[in-house]
Design a binder for this molecule. Structure first.
Ligand code: DX5
Ligand code: ZN
Length: 218
């Protein structure tokens, strides 16, 4: 079953509550945190997450695009994230393992992400205990970019590994997702679709969420 996760990076922050309400038929709400160092953009952080947590029951999928994310993973889990995803490129192996355990100890789901230039193998040492593998399908940093098709074989490789080891890890894709690229990703093995501009860029958001699910149904 395909899950859709609208990214509030493309929402209007002057009316964030209404914007979130307009996508409540989705499965997760994707929350992009950027620090201006790991990526060349700055976005939102803990105070906004705390506010969002108070106004929605949606599953909050927090994507940390920050350096040394293990400093913050537990704080985001405590602030209301249901899923805390951080980048494998941004941490040491010891800190990655410890952060995953800490997120789990707080009763939350843990995910790791790879940028377009990072091979899928970088996730393999952790995959047994991951709830989510996030394959970036654009360079992280900005909404509205063009999908990078070179990510597709990595999705397939991860799906093969997850199936062969009988793991429960979800595969999420993020960046340039629309009805065409969503289908390519789902066919390769992704089951969670992040979409920012393709959902928030239109008024019929619930219909678009349903359409994204439908085009991926096998
Ligand atoms: C980009 C973010 C994405 C972004 C996707 O670094 O991680 O979540 O919002 O935006 P679209 O769907 O517009 O490519
Ligand atoms: Zn994201």
């Amino acid at each position: 079953m395909i899950k859709v996760a609208p990214s509030i990076l493309s929402a209007d922050y002057t009316k964030l509550g209404e914007e979130i309400n307009s996508v409540k038929s989705a499965d997760y709400l994707h929350f992009d945190v950027m620090d201006g160092v790991f990526v060349s953009n700055l976005t939102i952080g803990l105070p906004v997450l705390e506010s969002v947590r108070r106004i929605t029951e949606m599953t909050l999928d927090v994507h940390l695009m920050i350096t040394s994310p293990a400093r913050f993973t537990a704080r985001f889990a405590r602030a209301g994230a249901d899923i805390v995803v951080f980048h494998v490129e941004a941490e040491t192996p010891e800190n990655i393992s410890a952060a995953i355990d800490e997120i789990h100890a707080l009763g939350k789901r843990a995910g790791l992400s790879i940028k377009p230039g990072t091979p899928a193998e970088k996730l393999f040492p952790y995959i047994d205990k991951l709830d989510m593998a996030l394959v970036m399908t654009v360079e992280p940093g900005f909404g509205g970019q063009k999908f990078i098709p070179e990510a597709l074989p990595k999705i397939a490789q991860l799906r093969k590994t997850i199936t062969s080891r009988a793991l429960k890890c979800d595969i999420e894709v993020d960046g340039g997702i629309n009805v065409e690229t969503a289908k390519l990703c789902a066919d390769a093995g992704a089951n969670v679709l992040v979409a920012g501009s393709d959902i928030f860029g239109r008024t019929d958001r619930a219909a678009r969420i349903a359409e994204l699910r439908k085009v991926c149904a096998h």
